[in-house]
Design a binder for this molecule. Structure first.
Ligand SMILES: [Zn+2]
Length: 190
């Protein structure tokens, strides 16, 4: 029993470390408006989900909220995400999963800037202003059944229609896989 617990916590450490590595890879990846990056670390009946979306795609601007209107837009986006997370990231309902928010950071300044955005005429002006930022969120997921092998679908459109593309990755004891999802079509295999 104790041996198993040790083994499990070691696995969890390895998964966390690998997610950290994945995230670092992401940090150097593109900050593309309309694109979300999602990492899922799965441990049988529990999982952690990390999400990173361009702030502009979540609440319409990419700077620290200053005015009352800014702050309202940000808190509405945070509440909307927390309230609807189990609809936005959909696990099979038979698995009995519940989400709890772990860490929500609605504005994390993008220090790297991004060359890709220079090519994108829509975001060119924002690039000249020199500010980009991401909305990051982390949730813990607890399920009644083992979720390994199940499918996850996504439903951003009704809640955050500006997110059109999702780069999703999963890491568990047995698998590591990735999916690109466009307009909520497709799934991620756990
Ligand atoms: Zn941006």
């Amino acid at each position: 029993m104790r041996h198993n617990m040790l083994k499990n916590s070691l696995r969890l450490c390895l998964i966390s470390a690998s997610i950290f590595l994945l995230q670092n890879t992401y940090a150097h990846g593109a900050h593309n408006h309309g694109s979300a990056k999602i990492n899922l670390g799965v441990q049988q009946t529990t999982a952690t989900i990390q999400m990173e979306m361009p702030a502009v795609s979540m609440y319409g601007f990419e700077h620290e909220a200053k005015t009352q209107n800014d702050k309202k837009a940000v808190s509405e986006a945070v509440e909307k995400l927390k309230k609807n997370i189990s609809q936005i990231v959909k696990l099979d309902s038979a698995l009995g999963c519940t989400f709890s928010p772990n860490k929500i950071e609605p504005f994390v300044k993008d220090e790297d800037g991004d060359e890709d955005n220079m090519k994108d005429s829509k975001t060119k002006n924002k690039k000249i202003e020199g500010e980009h930022g991401d909305f990051r969120a982390e949730f813990n997921i607890k399920c009644q059944k083992d979720i390994t092998g199940s499918k996850v679908t996504f439903q951003f459109k009704p809640f955050f229609p500006n997110i059109k593309q999702i780069d999703a990755q999963v890491l568990s004891n047995s698998t590591q896989s990735a999916s690109k999802i466009t307009n909520d079509k497709g799934f991620l295999q756990l």
